[in-house]
Design a protein around this ligand. Structure first.
Ligand code: FES
Length: 254
């Protein structure tokens, strides 16, 4: 590891990186050779990218080299993955990442207007940060594709937690609260923390004591709108037709 990587990623991060590799190789078949173990170890790349992002708020060149070294793969392979998925950021993010859904349904119901209003209010464009990245109150704005909450459109997320049924005004209120250090409760799901803390969770690391763990990740994820169809069916006594057990075709005839 180079000196600059050691400075960026301290011993605790190195320990976590090793734990990730161990997590993916621990149950390798008895007698698995070095090549098979290496193949399994590379499965740890996605969480490891979240791990380096939890330190720097993005995947830097040092982060790419760090993953490559711990997984014994080429930096180009790490780079190819990091640039493919939108959750890996190539520029430092703010304390909070605000993702506004501008996909079809949200856009039609006001998502475009919300994005335009926030962009104007914060004075930033897509994937740009208002404030100093990583500093308290800094906010990175981004367009997002469908966030799988179309029944609650238009929606936005802060650090991947949902804020449903938004308007340009409520979105401005939300980012103003974030910028002043508040953490307004999401519509559902876990309480709001910050981008780097969420990245550590995405890497698979959680507080050890049960109470802190629960307080960070628990929260009701259901919404009235999402359950409306099931509630109507229950009120009216509707049931789905019984499915007949159809045997699967023979493998050879597929
Ligand atoms: S289009 Fe916005 S959540 Fe699906």
């Amino acid at each position: 590891m180079t000196t600059s990587e050691i400075e960026v990623f301290g011993p605790d991060v190195v320990e976590k990186a090793r734990a990730l590799v161990e997590r993916y190789t621990a149950d390798a078949r008895p007698g698995a050779d070095a090549q098979q173990r290496a193949m399994r170890a590379r499965s740890a790349l996605l969480p490891m990218l979240h791990l380096v992002q939890s330190v720097q708020g993005y995947v830097s060149q040092e982060g790419i080299d760090f993953c490559a070294e711990h997984l014994d793969i080429a930096a180009a392979e790490v780079s190819a993955v990091a640039t493919f998925y939108t959750m890996y950021k190539r520029r430092p993010c703010g304390e909070h990442l605000v993702s506004v859904c501008t996909n079809t349904l949200c856009a039609a119901l006001g998502g475009d207007a919300i994005y335009a209003k926030l962009s104007e209010h914060l004075g930033v464009g897509n994937e740009e940060t208002a404030g100093e990245p990583g500093e308290p109150g800094s906010v990175t704005l981004e367009h997002a594709e469908c966030l799988a909450a179309c029944d609650l459109a238009p929606v936005l997320q802060v650090n991947y937690e949902y804020y449903d049924n938004q308007t340009p005004e409520s979105a401005v209120e939300l980012v103003d609260a974030l910028r002043s250090g508040q953490k307004p409760a999401p519509s559902r799901g876990a309480p709001l923390t910050d981008f780097k803390s969420v990245e550590l969770q995405l890497a698979g690391f959680f507080p050890e004591d049960e109470e802190t763990y629960r307080s960070q990740v628990d929260g009701s994820s259901q919404a009235v709108e999402t359950l409306r169809g099931a509630a109507l069916a229950q009120e009216r006594g509707w049931t789905a037709p019984v499915m007949e057990d159809v045997p699967l075709p023979e493998a050879g005839s597929k």
